[in-house]
Design a protein around this ligand. Structure first.
Ligand SMILES: Cc1ncc(COP(=O)(O)O)c(C=O)c1O
Length: 338
């Protein structure tokens, strides 16, 4: 299929707005409603991630044309202060010059190789430097992949099956963690969404947040958001994380801190470093053995450590090297180079 075979949304409006047959700025079909209706015809629910459909808040989503810094602009040209910031992924704000420059430079060298690169090594070094307890780093494409991998590693490393998670925490679209609590205080999980088999959550236990659960030696790992950010924002009460650490140590369970939202200074601290609790320190090393390198413990992915993403992460190391400060915004010099 050639470019020309893909129809314009509006042959006159699109061309006038500077769109091409394949590159859409949204300007040729300048209505959120029309755009979303058209998406719904080809994408289930009109979205590629369920939360974007606005079902829980009502209304229809705005359709994004572009974003810069703290603002986001929809296809109708309305700009908003963007409090979402890609759910925290855009640490320096949208289209930060240093990140844009890094991505632009990286794509010229190709986008994905299925082979190691110096960039991923440098990014891993930068992360280890920032988080001293993080002795080894595996780069994934998403939080979901990271948590599902951590769970599998925990089970492999301990030889146990049970996972403990906290009501209201979210760890991505992983079957074992898409779990709803039952009515009891600490209950074996029920599938939290259609399509998750009972068997996938049979060994997942849901317990209340901010209460240290009593564990036993069937538990492979406890996974937690150190500050819960998916049920509003709920801070851990004093001593909770430390108590959890001690209880895990008592029964030989691993403690996984999911810092997809809280990591890299967003909340002024890195909980793993403070409470000795991220996946890497305890999971990956057993004596001299590093679990992901074990052939029986495979976690492969064509795009893991992807060159462009790794290169884009590198300018962040300059920003992240600065001490994390509560309420402050990390700075990233435009001249930062990998
Ligand atoms: C705490 C937490 N962990 C994991 C995930 C999953 O990350 P991803 O959307 O990159 O799969 C999310 C997503 O919002 C999250 O909030």
């Amino acid at each position: 299929m050639t470019d020309q075979m893909i129809p314009y949304c509006d042959p006159i409006g699109c061309a006038a707005a500077g769109c091409t047959a394949t590159v859409c700025t949204g300007a040729g079909l300048a209505s959120n409603t029309t755009m979303f209706a058209r998406s719904k015809a080809v994408i289930p629910g009109g979205v590629n991630s369920s939360i974007r459909a606005f079902n829980s808040v009502g209304g229809e989503p705005y359709v994004v044309a572009r974003a810069k810094g703290a603002t986001i602009t929809d296809v109708e040209g309305t700009s908003y202060y963007d409090l979402v910031q890609s759910y925290g992924a855009v640490i320096l704000g949208h289209a930060h010059p240093a990140i844009t420059e890094a991505i632009t430079a990286a794509v010229v060298d190709g986008t994905s190789y299925g082979a190691p690169t110096p960039r991923e090594m440098k990014l891993a070094e930068a992360i280890s430097e920032r988080v001293p307890s993080c002795e080894r780093v595996r780069l994934m494409n998403s939080g979901t992949e990271a948590t599902s991998t951590a769970i599998r590693l925990a089970r492999g490393a301990t030889g146990r099956d049970r996972i403990v998670t906290f009501a209201g925490n979210f760890h991505g679209a992983t079957d074992a963690l898409l779990v709803a609590g039952g009515s009891g205080v600490a209950t074996l999980g029920l599938p939290g969404t259609a399509g998750v088999p009972n068997a996938s959550v049979a060994e997942t236990m849901v317990v209340p947040y901010n209460v240290v659960p009593e564990l036993d030696d069937s538990v492979a790992a406890v996974i937690i958001e150190p500050v819960a950010a998916n049920m509003g924002v709920v801070a851990p009460v004093a001593g909770f994380l430390e108590g959890l650490r001690a209880e895990c140590d008592r029964v030989g369970a691993l403690l996984i801190f999911d810092e997809v939202i809280t990591g890299f200074g967003r909340l002024g601290t890195w909980f793993a470093g403070d409470v000795r609790g991220h996946a890497g320190h305890h999971l990956f090393r057993q004596g001299d053995r590093w679990w992901p390198a074990d052939r029986q413990h495979r976690r492969s992915g064509r795009h893991h450590g992807a060159s462009v993403a790794a290169r884009a992460g590198l300018p962040l190391r300059h920003a992240l090297r600065q001490p994390a400060r509560h309420g402050s915004r990390a700075r990233c010099p435009r001249s930062a180079h990998a």
